[in-house]
Design a protein around this ligand. Structure first.
Ligand code: HEM
Length: 194
């Protein structure tokens, strides 16, 4: 493959990663809220979340491999693991590396979920919320296609989708925390009645 082909492949897989990781976050929130995707049973949503996260990871591996293989820029395997150590665009590339490290923690703890226990798994899973915007900033900061019409629309669509899902998650959480004390009180009152 020529350096130019690798460069295009890196950009294409970067865009695919952005779409897939956005869908993974949205489906993760859907699983947490026990909502169903139209036409899918609940376990289908869980399976889709899992399958898409593995596909996104595969595309991420390709994205990194193309960046390393492209001899026009000096990016090493170490740069994909250790943040801000790269000679090439250290800040923007470093953001991508931080996102990868956080996603790896989420992925590994998910694969070991039965061994590490639900609490540790859930605590680590919160990192997914942090890794998504960090990856987004990496793409905007380093991407050749930043500012083109298609990339701007893709970015706006992904941000709007993730914000809508996160907003729903927060709203449901707030509603549940408001309802809980009232429900407890009702139960207590009900119990006190003769
Ligand atoms: C979750 C992690 C990551 C995501 C979601 C992601 C996504 C993206 C996106 C959307 C772009 C913009 C592509 C374009 O302009 O068409 C991009 C660019 C780029 N990414 Fe990543 N990336 C991630 C991690 C990494 C890592 C760890 C590396 C390298 C070790 C890397 C290397 C690059 C490079 C070199 C470019 C610039 C391509 C160009 O010249 O336009 N990315 N990435």
């Amino acid at each position: 493959m020529t350096s130019e082909t690798l460069w295009y492949a890196n950009r294409a897989t970067g865009a695919v990663c952005l779409i897939l990781f956005t869908l993974v976050v949205v489906l993760g929130i859907a699983v947490r809220l026990r909502s169903r995707i139209p036409g899918l049973p609940r376990f289908g949503t869980i399976r889709l979340h899992r399958t898409l996260s593995l596909s996104a990871t595969a595309f991420l591996a390709l994205h990194i491999a193309f960046a390393i293989a492209d001899s026009y820029v000096n990016i090493t395997l170490m740069d994909a693991v250790i943040p801000f150590a790269s000679d090439y665009q250290p800040l923007w590339l470093g953001m991508g590396t931080v996102a990868v490290d956080l996603m790896l923690a989420v992925l590994i703890t998910s694969l070991l979920r039965n061994r590490i226990g639900h609490r540790t798994w859930r605590a680590t899973h919160w990192l997914a919320y942090a890794s998504w915007p960090i990856a987004l900033i990496h793409g905007i900061g380093i991407g050749t296609d930043t500012g083109t019409d298609w990339m701007t629309w893709l970015t706006v669509a992904c941000v709007a989708t993730a914000l809508a899902a996160a907003g729903t998650r927060v709203a449901v959480g707030v509603r549940a925390s408001r309802r809980t004390p009232a429900a407890l009180l009702r139960t207590a009152e009900g119990g006190a009645r003769p």
